[in-house]
Design a protein around this ligand. Structure first.
Ligand code: HEM
Length: 220
């Protein structure tokens, strides 16, 4: 049987379907459950933000460095950048914390993987999608839950989930998926990208596992 190009799933569908099981695991991680049920201390949430800070520093540095790569340029958008928002949130959850001094093998391994992904734009796109499309999807729900559960004063502590320069996540995500589907990739390239998305999810899971190991210390 000859496989027509039209029989192949688009990149955006392949990325979402290919990471469905990994996504489910992330949603049910004990750390996230306890966080969203309001059982963690401010330090417990800051521990996640500090890890994400290392990850986004790598993602944003590497994406900027490859901004003119034909595979990266259609997705690169400074409106997505989260580093300043993470720093603003850390000022709320852990004022004055030394942001560079966390010992997190999982965050360091994730950051290293992102830096290495700069070798081919398709790999970098996998990391870009996994974080930013997640932040614009489930992240929006998580932000609202955090605000309610931890009774945050208006506008404090959840800047990470607020994209001031993106009026509506839904049309933005649709345009992002359309940009993914227009990338000049062969079928074998698509598989490489999907494989890297799965790895990116697993690296997020590793962050959660690392945090879960200290759950007793993080309980409020
Ligand atoms: C408690 C944890 C999580 C919850 C409740 C959650 C929830 C959701 C929901 C409801 C959607 C679909 C929204 C829509 O269709 O617009 C979604 C999509 C997504 N999530 Fe999550 N999520 C969680 C964790 C994560 C993590 C850890 C990652 C990876 C870092 C992630 C990455 C994504 C991505 C990439 C999408 C977009 C899928 C696509 O349409 O291509 N999520 N999430």
């Amino acid at each position: 049987m000859t496989l027509l190009a039209t029989d192949l799933p688009s990149l955006s569908v392949a990325m979402r379907d290919g990471s469905r099981a990994e996504h489910e695991a992330a949603e049910h991680s004990p750390y996230m459950s306890e966080l969203l049920e309001g059982r963690l201390s401010t330090d417990g949430y800051a521990a996640l933000l500090l890890r994400l800070r290392r990850v986004y520093a790598a993602l944003e540095e590497t994406t900027r460095a490859h901004a003119t790569d034909p595979l990266v340029a259609p997705l690169h958008d400074p409106a997505l950048e989260r580093l300043e928002a993470i720093d603003a949130d850390l000022e709320h959850w852990a004022p004055g914390v030394a942001v560079d001094q966390i010992d997190s093998p999982a965050a360091s391994a994730y950051a290293d993987r992102i830096h290495a992904a700069g070798a081919w734009g398709g790999l970098l796109v996998a990391h870009h999608y996994t974080r930013y499309l997640g932040d614009l999807s489930g992240g929006q729900v998580i932000g609202r839950l955090l605000q309610r559960t931890y009774d945050l004063p208006e506008g404090r502590g959840v800047a990470f989930y607020e994209f001031g320069a993106i009026a509506k996540p839904k049309p933005y995500k649709d345009a992002y998926r359309a940009a993914l589907d227009s990338l000049p990739l062969e079928a074998t390239d698509v598989q490489r990208v999907v494989d890297e998305v799965k790895i990116a999810f697993r690296m997020n899971q590793a962050l959660f596992s690392e945090l879960a190991a200290d759950l007793d210390a993080y309980r409020a």
